[in-house]
Design a protein around this ligand. Structure first.
Ligand code: ATP
Ligand code: MG
Length: 187
């Protein structure tokens, strides 16, 4: 039998509280939902949160969009849906860059306690949003604002600059057993 581990002696944190850069990346399920969990937590405390989804259509109506509408939290898609299947990649690229400018402006405005850039790793990897501009925005982030970035294959340069970064590892996924995406679980 495994013995209970003795707790580490309590160490009082000596740093200052400040707005964080948090990253959720990896191949497993749970990145976007982790970001939404933080939104729930912040909003529950009466703080303002705003979510930008780089790979979702502006009219997406998944479970989270419906719930957040009830909560009065703004969530918006900046893409044209399944951008990687798009016939007009120039259009997708232009749309992503325009969306990026808005998402950056909102972060830098300091109006929100928490800002989410969901699935931003993809447009960066496609070269639609210059990584340098993202890194610069992280530098310029108002001190009190928390920023969450999600998506598979998050560039190392972003992970290096994050305060908290979690990699969701796929141990199993129902999709691999042939179970289709389900309402209320996947979307
Ligand atoms: P979720 O939105 O459920 O938190 P995610 O953000 O971690 O998932 P993404 O990589 O953004 O996952 O994938 C988008 C969609 O693919 C979601 O519907 C998600 O449930 C599903 N998905 C996530 N991981 C896997 C996987 N390993 N295999 C197949 N489908 C997956
Ligand atoms: Mg996701």
């Amino acid at each position: 039998m495994e013995q209970p581990k003795r707790e580490k002696p309590y160490q009082k944190p000596t740093g200052e509280r400040r707005g964080l850069v948090l990253v959720y990346t990896g191949e497993g399920k749970g990145k976007t939902t982790a970001a939404l969990g933080l939104v729930l937590r912040a909003v529950g405390r009466g703080y303002r949160a705003r979510i930008f989804q780089f790979m979702k259509h502006e009219r997406a109506a998944f479970g989270e969009h419906r719930a957040l509408e009830r909560l009065g939290v703004e969530i918006e898609g900046l893409g044209d849906g399944f951008s990687w299947k798009s016939k007009d990649l120039d259009h997708s690229a232009a749309l992503a860059y325009k969306g990026w400018q808005k998402a950056r402006e909102i972060l830098l405005s300091g109006t929100y306690f928490l800002v989410v850039w969901d699935e931003i790793s993809y447009p960066i990897r496609y070269g639609w949003i210059p990584l340098e501009e993202v890194l610069q925005a992280l530098e310029q982030k108002p001190k009190g604002v928390h920023l969450v970035l999600t998506g598979r294959g998050m560039p190392e340069e972003i992970i290096e600059r994050a305060d908290t970064a979690s990699e969701v590892r796929k141990v199993k996924h129902a999709f691999d057993a042939g179970v289709p995406a389900q309402r209320g679980i996947e979307h």
